[in-house]
Design a protein around this ligand. Sequence first.
Ligand SMILES: C[S@@+](CC[C@H](N)C(=O)[O-])C[C@H]1O[C@@H](n2cnc3c(N)ncnc32)[C@H](O)[C@@H]1O
Length: 293
Amino acid sequence: MTILRLDTQTDSDVLDVVSRHYEPMMRVHGEINFDVDLGEADVTVAATVYGARLPSVVYLPCCGALRHAPALLARGVERLVAVDLSLESLTAGMARNLSGADHEMLTVCQADLRRARDVLPEDGVELVFLGGNSIGDVTDVEGHLQFIAALADALAPGGTLVFDYAGDRYAPEPGAAVTEWPEIFHADGVDVAVIDRRSRRQTRVPGTAMHALQITCEVIDPETGEVYVAKHSYSKLMVPDAVLVEQFAAAGLALVNVGRVVEMSRYHRERVRDVGDLGMLGAPNCFYRATRL
Ligand SMILES: C[S@@+](CC[C@H](N)C(=O)[O-])C[C@H]1O[C@@H](n2cnc3c(N)ncnc32)[C@H](O)[C@@H]1O
């Protein structure tokens, strides 16, 4: 199957965020890209939050490596429209997360979701699922508002957007901004025990109640010091819930925070307990439902 490629112009800061999903981060075992079990658990929560039988067409913006697609198709979705800026994620995901039969049910498009309206049904869709904490990936405020407006525009009147977001609940606490944990790096032909080290720093977005969270990541062999993923940074916009509600209302969406994922999903709860840091997908993460008015 082919990946549609829209001719979009995207700001360099957005491409910076997107580039973190490329190789070699895709070789870090604990990264979520190829974790279809976590994808299935996310979809189970999303279906509960949606509260009805899934519609025949579902839109999956910021789909990354498509780890949610198999579970959505298994629940009877007949057509998935999947959009992401990262061609690398889409290509790797289609090869590793989906069967050939699944490919037939997908329309996959490499584009900035803010300019991808044409790949969706003219009247909009009943359900959009935005997984993996993707709100805030566009960190400039105007771009972030365009991002929300594009999600609203994708929905049919009365349609629902379900998403997860850690928001400002992932703010670094003083003195606890650096975390590291053991990981496996899938090098060519050999798995290496490494350390994934991340630091977090937040700065206020001037004139707003929002913060930009800057995360720095490096993956090294603690024994030899060999670097497997060079130190790199990416940013995320942290929007407090009260502000998010206003931003969604301005786009014609009524937003509700449905609750913490660890309270709604045994899988997430046990994974956080057993595997440890799921970062912003773990304890601080909440599911939201937004309805187009
Ligand atoms: C945090 S990842 C989540 C990926 C996937 N949903 C998952 O849960 O595995 C965010 C994804 O959004 C994509 N992305 C960020 N900004 C985007 C934009 N403006 N348009 C389309 N995709 C975007 C990135 O390339 C990345 O794959």
